[in-house]
Design a protein around this ligand. Structure first.
Ligand SMILES: Cc1cc2nc3c(=O)[nH]c(=O)nc-3n(C[C@H](O)[C@H](O)[C@H](O)COP(=O)(O)OP(=O)(O)OC[C@H]3O[C@@H](n4cnc5c(N)ncnc54)[C@H](O)[C@@H]3O)c2cc1C
Length: 463
């Protein structure tokens, strides 16, 4: 029997894969999404543990703009997917902070407040900062052919205070940078606009809401998603992927294949690629995430900040830690502290720090468990400089590592933001194989969805 043929096969039911599927099925392409796991969402999926519900990745959705705002990425995304922004039921943040030793910059979803905050704390940088903001506003971050340039170099050509530079880079790198130490300027602009100029929000139900909206829409427009259906290999002939082999041995064919598995991960599926030379291209930046369920909201202890991006060292270091974790910088997120009309059913706190994949994955099971127990109080010690002591309010804690991220998403090194050298055009060495998602260059939930849409438009619908 001939293998079933599709117009487009999409590898991965994460944010980018689902968004691409909606776009293509809407234009009557026969689309199949293949997902290895039983839950959709990939790096931003969800799970249950100890009787509690957790989101893998959702701290906040970036790019928030109030419904009705024209021309913003979130508005464009919704238009392309025939969704209404209200479908995601996004609730804006209250207020977030960037905390460095002896100084704090506050921001909310009103960018003018952040400008005033910077001017108040760094008066000598006022004109420089305003010029940088103008440069960011004028920059076309959607130019797929733009040459990569160093973000640190460009920002330092405007700002002369290294503390302000580090305080700006800290949240933008932690929330969306695949490279160590520096950040490509286009990516700096994307993240600056999505966090400071636009803003942060969260659906009250968490990431399930976003995933359910996307999955329902895929069904409505006639696309198919097959769960527990991993792609084992892509068979190549004459510069094209001729067939897709599944983990269960089944073979499928497609005119076009769009993969959100990652660039290196996708090439390693191709039977014409040697895996070894590809390995150094993969990203290395990963994180540990600690999520604690509390018996009362942190607000009751006097903490109403939504997200704290902190750094306790002299300078901000964004690199793979030598130790298992670098607790000197990180993120503290309180999902309770968004402007909901009623409290969340369960209060929680999330803490995220840079972590070393090789270190965590090299540990035998007993040492792995012991290492988590050892690092938890060390991370608490840093975090408690910025939030009231919540430890006796904890009723359950989950602690996941880069090893967990690799296990559940297949991303090499548990790299949360993929490889440093992005493939903005989405092209690979095969004429009918393209990538979307993290490695194409748009990061985060909104970025990944936009990536899926733009790669579907560019390589299928506009062809
Ligand atoms: C801890 C953490 C916190 C985060 N916090 C935020 C946040 O607060 N806000 C935000 O906007 N973003 C956040 N992110 C980032 C965001 O989740 C990602 O940028 C985005 O979800 C990436 O989507 P994607 O579609 O590119 O890739 P993925 O989500 O990785 O999707 C790829 C999918 O492909 C599947 N797959 C891989 N290989 C195969 C195969 N061979 N066959 C079949 N299926 C395969 C995987 O299982 C996965 O489901 C966070 C991520 C993490 C890990």
């Amino acid at each position: 029997m001939a293998p079933t043929h599709y117009d487009v096969i999409i590898i991965g039911a994460g944010m980018s894969g689902l968004a691409a599927a909606i776009r293509l099925a809407y234009f009557e392409r026969k689309v199949l999404v293949l997902e290895r796991h039983y839950a959709a969402g990939g790096l931003n999926s969800y799970y249950a543990l100890g009787g509690y519900q957790f989101d893998v990745g959702l701290h906040a959705m970036t790019n928030y703009v109030p419904p009705g705002t024209r021309g913003a990425p979130l508005t464009k995304l919704c238009r392309q997917l025939r969704l209404r922004p209200e479908d995601f039921a996004l609730v804006p943040q209250y207020q977030s902070e960037i905390r460095f030793p002896g100084i704090m910059l506050r921001f909310n979803n009103d960018f003018e407040c952040f400008i005033q905050e910077v001017i108040e704390h760094f008066p000598a940088q006022k004109d420089n900062f305003l010029r940088l903001v103008r440069c960011i506003r004028d920059y076309d971050e959607l130019d797929l052919e733009a040459k990569p340039i160093s973000g640190r170099q460009v920002v330092s050509s405007y700002l002369t205070d290294p503390l302000l530079i580090d305080m700006l880079f800290c949240p933008l790198m932690i929330y969306g940078n695949a490279a160590e130490r520096d950040m490509e300027f286009g990516q700096f602009v994307v993240m600056f606009k999505s966090i400071f100029c636009e803003g942060l929000a969260r659906p009250r139900e968490g990431v399930r809401r976003i995933i359910n909206v996307l999955r329902r829409k895929v069904r409505e427009v006639g696309g198919t998603v097959r769960m527990k259906c991993g792609v084992k290999a892509l068979h190549v002939k004459d510069g094209r992927a001729r067939s897709v082999e599944l983990d269960n041995g089944e073979a499928l064919t497609a005119d076009t294949i769009l993969s959100s598995a990652g660039y290196v991960e996708t090439l390693r599926l191709c039977d014409d690629c040697e895996p070894e030379p590809l390995a150094p291209l993969a990203g290395r930046l990963s994180f540990v995430e600690i999520i604690s369920i509390l018996d009362a909201p942190l607000k009751h202890l006097g903490h109403d900040t939504t997200i704290v991006f902190y750094n306790t060292a002299k300078a901000f270091h964004y690199e793979v830690p030598k130790d298992l974790v670098d607790p000197r910088s990180g993120v503290i997120c309180c999902p309770d502290n968004f402007l909901y009309d009623k409290p969340l059913p369960k209060s929680m706190i999330r803490m995220t720090c840079l972590a070393n994949f090789d270190g965590w994955s090299g540990l035998p099971e007993a040492e792995y468990v012991a290492a988590k127990a050892e690092w938890l109080p060390r991370i608490h010690r840093e975090v408690l400089q910025f939030v009231p002591d919540f430890r006796d309010r904890i009723v359950f804690t989950d602690f996941f590592t880069p090893r967990t991220i690799k296990q559940w998403t297949g991303h090499l090194n548990g790299a949360v933001y993929g490889m440093p050298g992005k493939i903005k055009t989405g092209r690979t060495h095969l004429e009918n194989l393209f990538i979307c998602g993290n490695d194409q260059g748009f990061l985060g939930i909104v970025g990944a969805m936009l990536s899926g849409i733009s790669m579907a438009n560019l390589h299928v619908l506009k062809k």
